[in-house]
Write a protein that binds this ligand. Structure first.
Ligand SMILES: NC(=O)c1ccc[n+]([C@@H]2O[C@H](COP(=O)([O-])OP(=O)(O)OC[C@H]3O[C@@H](n4cnc5c(N)ncnc54)[C@H](OP(=O)(O)O)[C@@H]3O)[C@@H](O)[C@H]2O)c1
Length: 348
C-alpha cells in the first residue's frame, strides 16, 4: 500500500510498497480519509533514528472496513472513526498510510455534524489536554447534556491557548467549572474568548504576568502550559497566586525547572501513556498506563455527543490536497512553526 515512512536518515519518504497492517484482536482496520499533523510527528521524524520503512503518523479519520475479534461489527463496520496511534513506534499500525489498524476503544465515532477534516484535529491534542485537566488536576469531564459543571470559583491559566492542545485546554477547563485566563497572540484573542476564556492577554506583552494577576485578583490556582518552553513555564509559575499551595501546572514537555516548588506542583502530561502498549520512546522503554487508557475510552464514548451539540469545538484547519505524497512537504512547513491557531490536515 501507499505510505509515508522513515527513510533511515532522520527524514521521511513516500513509498508505494508498504505492507498493509494485520488486523488483530480488539482492533479495527480502516481506510484512511484524512490525517492531522502533530508536532510529535516532525520531532520524531527528524530527530530520532527510526528504522527505515517504519510508517509514521498519529491523528487519522478512517472508514472501518474490517473488525477484529471482540469488536462490535454492528457498531463499527462502515463507520467513520477518528483516533490516534503512536506513529513510528506503533506495533499495530500508523496513520500515514492507506490503511490504519487501531484499538477499537481508542477511536471515536465521528458525528455527521462535523467534517472528517475537523474530526482529525481532535484525537492527540484533545487527549493530551484531557489527561492534564481531568486526570492530573481532577476537573470533571464535560457533561453530555451541555449543562455546566459546578463552578470551582478558581481561575485556570492556559498559556499557548491558540495552539491545537491549548484550544482544547481552554474548553475543557471552562467546561470543568473554572474561569479561564488565556495567553496567545492578540490576533487570536477573539477566537479564544469564543472558546470560553474570560480574559486573553498577549504573550509578547512584557507586562503579561502582571496583567494575569490583576485580572484574576491574584487567584490563579490551576494552569496548563501548552508550549512549555523554560520561559513560558517560568511565567506561568510567576502568574500563580501568591497564596498558592500545592497548586497545579500541567506542562506538555518536561521535566522542567520549578522556581516555586513549595507553591506549585508541575505535572507533565504524556499522552503516549494512553496506549496499552510497551514501546521504545527516544531510547527509553515506555509502558502504557491502564488508567490513562480507560480514561481515554470514557472520553471517546462521550465525545460524539459533545461535538454534535457544539459543546466542544474543533480546531480550525488548513487542508492539504494531493494525498499521502504531500506529507513530506506539509510536515516540513509545519515544523517551521510559522502557523497560528491552525491544524494541518492532509486529504488522503
Ligand atoms: N506531552 C504530550 O503528550 C504532548 C501531546 C501533544 C503535543 N505536545 C506538545 O505540545 C506542544 C503544542 O502542540 P500543538 O499541536 O498544540 O502546537 P501547535 O498548534 O503547532 O502550536 C502553534 C501555536 O503555538 C503558539 N505559540 C508559539 N509560541 C508561543 C509562546 N511563546 N507563548 C504562547 N503561545 C505560543 C502560537 O500562538 P500564536 O499564533 O497565538 O502566537 C501558535 O498558535 C508541542 O510542543 C507538542 O510537541 C505534547
Amino acid at each position: 500500500m501507499k505510505a509515508v515512512v522513515a527513510d533511515g536518515e532522520q527524514g521521511i519518504e513516500y513509498v508505494t510498497n508498504a505492507e498493509k497492517p494485520t488486523l488483530t484482536k480488539g482492533h479495527l482496520l480502516g481506510r484512511v480519509l484524512h490525517i492531522g499533523l502533530n508536532p510529535i510527528d516532525w520531532k520524531i521524524a527528524y530527530n530520532v533514528p527510526i528504522p527505515k520503512g517504519a510508517i509514521g503518523g498519529t491523528d487519522f479519520v478512517a472508514i472501518v472496513e474490517e473488525v477484529g475479534e471482540g469488536v462490535d461489527a454492528s457498531k463499527y463496520m462502515g463507520a467513520r472513526v477518528a483516533g490516534w496511534v503512536p506513529g513510528f513506534f506503533s506495533i499495530s499500525g500508523s496513520a500515514w498510510a492507506e490503511y490504519v489498524c487501531a484499538d477499537a476503544k481508542l477511536v471515536y465515532l465521528v458525528p455527521d455534524s462535523i467534517s472528517s477534516l475537523e474530526a482529525c484535529t481532535l484525537p492527540c491534542a484533545l487527549t493530551t489536554a484531557s489527561q492534564g485537566i481531568h486526570q492530573r488536576i481532577g476537573l470533571p469531564l464535560p457533561r453530555p447534556d451541555g449543562s455546566a459543571n459546578p463552578s470551582r470559583r478558581k481561575w485556570f491559566l492556559v498559556w499557548g491557548a491558540s495552539s491545537a492542545v491549548g484550544q482544547y485546554a481552554v474548553q475543557l477547563a471552562k467546561l470543568g467549572g473554572c474561569d479561564v485566563v488565556a495567553i496567545c497572540s492578540d490576533k487570536n484573542a477573539e477566537k479564544i474568548k469564543k472558546l470560553g476564556a474570560s480574559f486573553v492577554f498577549d504573550y509578547h506583552d512584557c507586562q503579561v504576568v502582571e496583567k494575569i494577576k490583576q485580572a484574576t485578583d491574584d487567584s490563579v490556582f490551576f494552569g496548563f502550559d501548552a508550549i512549555s518552553l523554560p520561559q513560558t513555564i517560568t511565567k506561568c509559575i510567576m502568574a500563580f497566586s501568591l497564596e498558592a499551595k500545592a497548586a497545579k501546572l500541567i506542562t506538555v514537555l518536561g521535566p522542567p525547572e520549578n522556581p516555586r516548588e513549595e507553591a506549585v506542583d508541575i505535572i507533565t502530561a504524556f499522552s503516549f501513556s494512553l496506549f496499552n502498549e510497551k514501546f521504545d520512546f527516544y531510547g527509553e522503554t515506555v509502558q502504557g498506563n491502564n488508567e490513562d487508557y480507560e480514561h481515554t475510552t470514557k472520553l471517546f464514548e462521550v465525545l460524539p455527543t459533545l461535538l454534535e451539540k457544539g459543546i466542544i469545538v474543533a480546531n480550525s484547519i488548513r487542508e492539504f490536497k494531493g494525498g499521502l505524497e504531500v506529507i513530506p512537504d506539509a510536515l516540513r512547513e509545519f515544523s517551521s512553526g510559522n502557523h497560528s491557531a491552525v491544524k494541518f490536515v492532509i486529504n488522503v
